[in-house]
Ligand binder design. Structure first.
Ligand code: NOJ
Length: 760
């Protein structure tokens, strides 16, 4: 006989197995809260229910269309569920007072903002954060952002952006974690943990919003807001997983995207919003549209008027209308006529109220603004921002000059610092800097001036986007006077990266490359620092300058983090999360591509084809296939070697893995073979063959940052089980199939010696 204790444990276990998706949403399953929501819903008029579905921007506009003016009135009448871009905490508390004291049912507002990579303490841009391969520092960045934003009354951020981006032309690649879904999942979880804290109801927790659901990162041609075509297998395999991971971590909201997906706009897409999100994932929070994406359904051509646009978005599953004002103006008659079922309205309002309850807004609607003076720019926040920046720099090249690598620099060298990014505080903030202030940002020039005094010569050389060579002569003179030249080049963060920052050319903008060529012609050793929100084409630099470091946009502590890295107090440990192309024509470029029927195996791709056999393979006639700097790549001031990889078994059974049994372990030893301490990002890749559908030539399935003293080594162990080996097969089932599997453990997606096992 099974005793009752054992029986109830079995029941719980059974539920956990059966409901792997729902149980993580504990915040949405509290019976007391559900009863309170029932009671509010019963008291609400139709207009009050619809009121909850509207969101308006009060302050700065980050999109087209106008906001309204009479918010106080609208809030008092219960016509608003959320406000965003409210200029400050005092204003937020004022609006909240109107909502909870003057509106009939006292339903609090939820206040949103794009807190993307820090609030007042700006961190490196998200693409840079992903290059740390360090979920802990990413979580910390989100925690700091939450602590600061909530002290200014903001309890909801439109972050993280978990769109997979495989095309460097797309400006918003800077806002995500790059091209890989496995890394994307890890980063999505880290952000959600950081923003939402141990409990969403803590006053310093803020609700996360996974965006942009879904497929926005696959914009055709990398052109902003453009259409996407993503077959269902690819959608489920690559684009959906980071959203699912974020939801499993407890994210309470999502934002529907601007783009159309396979002909159906994402903001009115019943398959993604209904079938996947609500039915399969049992989502119980709410979906907000992107800025006017409900109204834009008319431009997409699936609605001839606002009422139809609103109906299509709402019935598909967009609960809250950001900025279009179409839910408020057109939905009521459509409920009355029965064109939209009332049950859908209750579901949407319930989701919104649930999140407001989870945040504790019904019980503690006001922000305690007294915290602001102690938390904004707190020393530990600045320290975390600096650490994140230091971990994010990717050393791409470090050649020897006079027998030793150029970096780290020698303390007594006379330095020329040249370039438009050397002293541009505002660009250090990156796109979406929210409350970050250029005045708080340390530039490299500022830090190096303090550090080097008259051993530093500075010359701007040129602007980011100009043809004028007026500054070239001064820069050349500076270079000639120095022992070493640091050239700081890159993009204009606000104009060329982030939303509406797509580029058709991926070189250094303006005449910066010409400046670089001019400086290199002096013969002085050159360190190129690249500041960008995306991979750039750096082919000339790669073959002409001694050292190159990708610095992204590093945030408030840019100068301090860069100086310590240049002088070796910090050893670079960032690794790329997006492939750096040799030419823009290679885009979209990503490492985890499918094999082709004609791989160019034994052909010298550095030369144009001369014979027929060389030509008729999958290649360009004028460029190599490979990335200039591949996914996962990053150098250090030390070197690492890997032992051969060992597996705990040479076979596993697909049926066992599908039944949830453990898989095998993969072990390798990594050793620091250089003379300084360093951190390696150890990466596990697999390739499966003999399967019902083609699998990528390599796929990331594990990673770990490992810090080693000179001569030290460490065994790193990974597991390969169902989660790592299952894929959407020919029958569109997410299962493990028999396969022969290659496994690599290495410091980049193009390195390592594979070992093999069989899934039978
Ligand atoms: C439009 C952007 O696409 C989205 O990411 C952002 O959160 C909203 N505007 C609100 O500012």
């Amino acid at each position: 006989m099974v005793n009752s204790h054992v029986r109830s444990s079995l029941v719980i276990l059974f539920c956990l197995i059966l409901l792997p998706r729902a149980w993580s949403q504990t915040w949405a399953n509290d019976p007391k809260t559900e009863a309170r929501i029932d009671s509010i819903l019963k008291q609400m008029t139709l207009e009050e229910k619809i009121g909850q579905l509207n969101q308006y921007s009060v302050g700065e506009a980050t999109g087209p269309g106008g906001s309204k003016e009479n918010y106080a009135d609208m809030v008092a009448k219960g016509e608003v569920g959320s406000l965003y871009n409210v200029p400050n905490g005092e204003k937020i508390n004022e609006f909240q007072k109107i909502a909870v004291e003057k509106s009939r049912l006292h339903v609090p507002l939820i206040f949103g903002l794009d807190v993307i990579h820090g609030y007042r303490t700006t961190f490196p841009v998200p693409l840079a954060l992903s290059a740390t391969w360090d979920p802990k520092i990413v979580e910390k960045s989100a925690r700091v952002a939450a602590i600061e934003a909530s002290a200014a009354g903001v309890r909801w951020t439109f972050s993280p952006m978990v769109d997979i981006a495989r095309d460097a032309r797309w400006g918003r690649i800077t806002e995500g974690a790059g091209e890989d879904p496995y890394l994307g999942e890890a980063m999505a979880r880290a952000y959600v943990r950081g923003y939402q804290g141990t409990s969403l109801s803590n006053p310093d927790s803020i609700a996360a919003c996974l965006k942009h659901f879904v497929g926005y990162g696959a914009a055709e041609g990398g052109r902003e807001y453009n259409s996407t075509e993503i077959p269902e297998r690819l959608l489920r395999q690559v684009y959906l997983p980071p959203f699912h991971a974020g939801l499993e971590q407890g994210a309470v909201t999502l934002m529907s995207a601007f783009n159309s997906l396979n002909g159906v706009p994402a903001s009115a897409n019943p398959f993604t919003l209904g079938q996947v999100l609500r039915k399969e994932w049992q989502f119980r929070g709410f979906v907000v549209s992107d800025w006017t994406s409900v109204a834009e359904l008319q431009n997409h051509g699936i609605a001839n008027d606002g009422a139809t646009a609103a109906r299509k978005a709402f019935t598909a599953g967009v609960d809250m209308d950001m900025e279009s004002n179409l839910y408020w103006t057109t939905l009521a008659p459509q409920f009355k006529s029965g064109a939209i079922p009332m049950a859908r309205l209750d579901e949407a309002v319930r989701g919104i109220l649930r999140v407001k309850f989870a945040l504790g807004l019904f019980d503690h609607p006001y922000a305690d603004l007294s915290r602001a003076s102690t938390v904004m720019l707190a020393p530990d926040h600045l320290a975390a921002s600096k650490q994140a920046a230091e971990e994010s720099f990717v050393l791409l090249k470090n050649d020897g000059v006079n027998g030793s690598p150029l970096l780290p620099l020698k303390a007594d060298a006379k330095v020329a610092l040249i370039g438009p990014l050397a002293d541009s505080a505002k660009d250090m903030l990156g796109s979406w800097s929210t409350e970050g202030k250029a005045d708080d940002a340390l530039t490299l020039r500022k830090t190096l001036t303090e550090r080097l005094g008259d051993k530093l010569i500075y010359a701007k050389g040129t602007d980011i986007r100009t043809d004028s060579e007026a500054g070239f002569a001064e820069a050349t003179t500076a270079a000639k006077e120095a022992d070493v030249v640091i050239v700081a080049l890159g993009e204009d963060a606000a104009w060329m990266t982030g939303e509406a920052g797509s580029r058709a050319h991926l070189g250094l903008p303006g005449n910066q490359e010409k400046l670089l060529e001019t400086i290199a012609a002096t013969g002085k050793p050159v360190v190129l620092l690249v500041f960008s929100g995306r991979p750039l084409v750096l082919d000339w630099a790669a073959s002409h300058v001694a050292a190159i470091m990708e610095c992204w946009f590093p945030g408030l502590q840019a100068g301090a983090a860069l100086a310590e890295t240049l002088y070796g107090q910090n050893n670079p440990s960032g690794h790329l999360t997006t492939s750096f192309p040799r030419a823009v024509g290679q885009e979209p470029l990503y490492y985890n591509q499918l094999p082709t029927g004609r791989p160019p195996k034994d052909v010298d791709l550095t030369q144009p084809p001369t014979a027929g056999t060389e030509k008729y393979v999958s290649r360009y006639v004028d460029e190599q296939n490979t990335a200039l700097y591949p996914f996962g790549f990053g150098l250090s001031y030390t070197t690492f070697t890997y032992s051969p990889v060992t597996l705990s078994s040479s076979t596993v059974r697909a049926a066992d893995l599908n039944a949830g049994k453990p898989g095998l372990t993969v072990t390798a030893e990594v050793r620091n073979t250089g003379s300084v301490a360093g951190t390696e990002v150890v990466q596990l890749y697999i390739n499966q063959r003999g399967t019902s559908v083609s699998r990528p030539i390599r796929e990331l399935k594990g990673f770990e940052r490992v810090t080693l003293q000179p001569g030290e080594s460490k065994r790193v162990q990974f597991t390969l089980g169902r989660d790592e080996l299952a894929f959407w097969n020919i029958d569109m089932k997410d299962v493990v199939e028999p396969a022969s599997v290659k496994v690599w453990v290495a410091g980049s997606s193009t390195e390592g010696q594979p070992v093999q096992f069989a899934v039978e």
